[in-house]
Design a protein around this ligand. Sequence first.
Ligand SMILES: [Zn+2]
Length: 301
Amino acid sequence: MGGYVHNSLLVSITAVCTSIARAQAPSAAPSKLSVHWEELTAADFKDGIARAQATCLLPFGILEKHGPHLPLGNDLLNVRYVALNAARQEYAIVFPEYYFGQIFEAKHQPGTIAYSRRLQLDLLQETTDEMARNGCKKIIIVNGHGGNNSLLPYFAQAQLEAPHDYVVYVVGIIWSAQGEPKHKSNPVTDMHAGESETSLSLIARPDLVHLDRTSQESGADQARLSALPERLYTGIWWYARFPNHYAGEGAAASRELGEFEAKTWINGVAQAIRAVKADQESLRLQDEFFERSKHPLDTRQ
Ligand SMILES: [Zn+2]
C-alpha cells in the first residue's frame, strides 16, 4: 500500500515537473549559467555560486486574494519576474518559488494559504540555513508582499540570536522614482491590486490580469477604525479598511506605468545585488558581535 502510494505520487510529481519544464522553455543558451537554482546541474551550481560571489536571492511571495481581477499568486509572480530579471543583470542564484509568509488577515477569502507563525519562522530559517550550507553566504530576501513587512525585518534581527556564517539582507517593493508617469488614481489608497500593482502585473503576467473585472468590487477604504489615532497599531487594521483585499483602482492601470515600475524595481534589486557583493563589513561585524556576545563583561565601552 505504502509502495503503491509512493509510486503513484512519484509518477504525478514527474508529470508535474515535465509540464513545468515544458511551460518554462529555457531562454538561455546551455553554455550560459541559468539564474534559476532548480535549472542548474550540481556542477553548474558550484560555478554559479562562484560567479554570484556567494550571493543568492530568495524572492518571497504569497497566496492571497488580489481584488476581483488579479491572480492569487500575484505577489509571487511579480516578485519572481523582478528578481529573475535583476539576477540576469547582475548574476545571482535565485531560489525556487517561496510563498510561506504572513497572511492571516486574508483567511476569510478563498485561496489563501496562511501558515502558522511558528512554521513561517522555522521554514524561513531552515531555508536560509540550507542555502548558506550550499554556499549562499549572502542571502537577499526580495519581498513582494506587504503582509511580510513586519516579519522580514524581525527575521533579519533574529539572525543575531545565535552565530551564523552568513548574512541575511531584505529588500522590498521599489516602484516609485523620479520621472514616474502620472498616476490616475489617489496614491494614498493605491495599496493592493490598485493602479500601481495592477500595472506591474500587466508587465509580468498580462495573461492573468482581468481588467474587465476591476469594478466588480470596491477598492475604497472602509475606514472602520478611523476613530483610533493613526499611531496606534492593531492587527485588524487591514481588515477594518480593506476586507475585500482590494485597495485602490485597478481600472486605472496602464502598461506605461507598469514598465516604469518594473524597470525601477528590477534596477533597485540589481543595485542591491551589487552592493551586497561588495559588502565585506556585515559578516565581519556579525562575527565580531557573536564573539563579543560570549563575554559581554569584557566589551570595552
Ligand atoms: Zn500584492
